[in-house]
Write a protein that binds this ligand. Structure first.
Ligand code: ADP
Ligand code: TPW
Length: 588
């Protein structure tokens, strides 16, 4: 290993000539930073501490953007959604054991949601960990990360850092994206090697997410099935949004003339106001459709596993009466819940392009009877919702508050919308139309609470757009301390806490009268005061007019803002739309 200038005895007189002749060296810290920068990973979501404090400092000094959070889970969620929004792995850097574990939730979340992310954690030395000798924050992190990560690697030698980062990038973004864990023991950072050799060891990854073309016979099979359909339906999922092939998807819908249903984070891929959008007729089209084409969407719980009452089984038709086409980059996804009649394995862009080529210009649109049935249902439901939204009850409820949000989002279609809660989530998803792709980011596949402020920060930083967060009061609490981070970086984030004094609603009681019920919070809490503590703007509103004024002011100023929107504490239902998943409801 080369002798480094840093290792010379202090005060040694070194002639300029000797210094010039001494081999220049580079250490592990710098190699990690250079490897990330070389691959365009220029933003790190982090929380410092031994052994990564200097990594974050030196990354910042080297020109990378380092965003320091108050809890690693939020840094991790930020990295995961940065991966979704940019198509490059979001990078989260944590300390060992407890910091790593705090970040692990987000790593699992990234894997489950198919978001590319790299969790880099500092760790204790292998010799001590493997003998379980009780090091500072000792833990076998690699073993713990492996089951929840798409891939997990450890780098022990500085000359392997380039390979380690390259492998992490490829694993995160190729095929089905996911979370990758990279374990970097403390000793690695201080290792030094010859600088020229070190630089030569870094890898700029070529074509990390290669296109995957579907087989021609699979394309033909899908087209034949689609052609035979009398009542076809397209379902767009967040895989379609992630693929960033928005004009191809629009062309597929418009050329085929098939009504489509956007999953939550696919809303806005085509504007929700598009004439073929069937979102407002969901409970009609799912059971009625005869051929369903899934585009980057899984038949998991969010789609009732493709069977049961949601799909009409038991009433008008037998189980499995629908035929499915599924476009997915993962060859293992098909048949995971029901039979997939025409799997189309490849990236969404290549598959959709191939389908469009096969359709040509003479593709026959679906039967008019189907289109008008969908249109009729949708119009009736939209009219019913408009009636509800036009009401101005006192106290304000979810609907009257979200009618305001709907208008503000319509007037600001480039704004990012972050959304979590139960009722706050369900009502926002159905009431607030999205007008552009990848503008809505939410609780995702697990329906987790806690993504809120991390998502806000990453959305503001990666898109530079205004961010609007619609938060249940419980949901907000999971990441609320990051309001300080939002203020520290002066990000254009407007948080609206729909405050109904509790989880789901605010009216439960402890039958013994001793304590607050498990779903209850302090009544009349002033969440707006939290942001004021850090120099942001707080607002306390009780009417739609006040909410509108506060949101408009926030968007005009682009100042960090938290609006405490008091809503009727009796509004909302247990678990929002998924009440039926509660074990006690299942028992009935
Ligand atoms: P949603 O929750 O919106 O229904 P899911 O997360 O369940 O979406 O499904 C996303 C699917 O998209 C995953 O099965 C994943 O493999 C797939 N996917 C992700 N990226 C691509 C891509 N570029 N091309 C094709 N499929 C993709
Ligand atoms: C990590 C369970 C689902 S929704 C929710 C919880 C606690 C909060 C609902 O109340 P909120 O919204 O936010 O006030 P609203 O509009 O209905 O009043 N822990 C995690 N994830 C989940 N999903 C839960 C708990 C849950």
């Amino acid at each position: 290993m080369a002798v480094t200038t840093e290792h010379r005895p202090a005060g040694a007189a070194v002639s300029a000539q000797a210094a010039a002749a001494a081999p220049e060296s580079i250490d592990g810290f710098q190699l990690v930073i250079d490897a990330l920068a070389l691959n365009g990973l220029d933003t790190l979501y982090s929380l410092p501490g031994i052994p990564i404090t200097d990594l974050t400092r030196r990354a910042q000094a080297s020109g990378l953007r380092v965003l320091a959070f108050r809890h690693e889970q939020n840094a991790g969620y930020a990295a995961s959604i940065a991966g979704f929004l940019t198509g490059r792995p979001g990078v989260c850097i944590t300390v060992s054991a407890p910091g790593f574990l705090n970040g692990l939730n987000a790593l699992a979340h990234a894997t489950v949601n198919c978001f590319p992310m790299i969790l880099i954690s500092g760790s204790s030395e292998r010799e001590v960990v493997d003998l379980q000798q009780g090091d500072y924050e000792e833990m076998d992190q690699l073993a713990i990360a492996r089951p929840v990560a798409k891939a997990a690697y450890r780098v022990l030698h500085a000359e392997d850092i380039g390979v380690g980062i390259a492998r992490a990038i490829r694993a995160a973004v190729s095929g089905r994206p996911g979370g990758v864990y990279l374990d970097l023991p403390a000793k690695l950072f201080a290792q030094t090697i010859d600088a020229a050799a070190g630089r030569a060891s870094l890898i700029q990854v070529v074509d990390p997410a290669p296109r995957q073309m579907p087989a021609p016979e699979a394309v033909q099979r899908a087209l034949d099935l689609l052609k035979s359909a009398k009542k076809p339906l397209i379902i767009l999922g967040k895989g379609a949004a992630y693929a960033q092939v928005d004009s191809e998807i629009r062309a597929l819908v418009e050329t085929s003339g098939i009504p489509y249903l956007p999953m939550s984070m696919a809303k806005g891929l085509l504007p929700d106001t598009h004439e073929l959008c069937a979102a407002a007729a969901r409970s009609f089209v799912l059971p009625a459709a005869d051929v369903v084409m899934l585009v980057g969407a899984r038949l998991n719980w969010l789609l009732s596993h493709g069977k049961g009452k949601t799909w009409g089984a038991g009433a008008s038709k037998a189980w499995g009466a629908q035929k499915f086409i599924q476009i997915d980059i993962s060859p293992q996804e098909a048949d995971s819940n029901v039979r997939i009649d025409a799997p189309l394995v490849g990236d969404v862009g290549s598959c959709v392009t191939a389908l469009l080529a096969g359709m040509g210009s003479g593709w026959a649109k679906p039967p008019a009877q189907w289109l008008s049935a969908v249109h009729g249902k949708k119009s009736a439901n939209i009219a019913k919702m408009a009636e509800t939204l036009a009401k101005n009850p006192s106290p304000m409820n979810f609907h009257s508050a979200l009618a305001v949000v709907r208008d503000i989002v319509k007037a600001n279609p480039d704004a990012m919308l972050v959304n979590e809660g139960a009722n706050a989530l369900d009502f926002t998803r159905s009431i607030v139309d999205m007008h552009k792709p990848r503008k809505r980011i939410d609780v995702g596949t697990w329906g987790i609470m806690g993504i809120g402020m991390g998502y806000c920060i990453a959305a503001a930083v990666t898109t530079k757009q205004q961010v609007i967060a619609i938060e249940g009061d419980s949901a907000f609490g999971f990441s609320g301390m990051e309001v300080e981070t939002i203020c520290r970086y002066d990000l254009p984030v407007c948080i609206v806490v729909l405050n109904n004094n509790g989880v789901y609603k605010g009216t439960d009681l402890d039958p013994t009268g001793r304590d607050p019920a498990p779903t209850q919070f302090v009544k009349g809490a002033r969440y707006d005061k939290i942001i004021e503590a850090f120099g942001g703007v707080g607002a306390h509103v009780t009417t739609p007019a006040e909410l509108r004024a506060a949101m408009e002011a926030a968007l005009a100023s682009r100042k960090p803002t938290l609006i405490n929107a008091v809503i009727d504490e009796t509004a909302g239902t247990e678990s929002g739309r998924i009440t039926s998943l509660n074990p006690s409801a299942k028992k009935k």
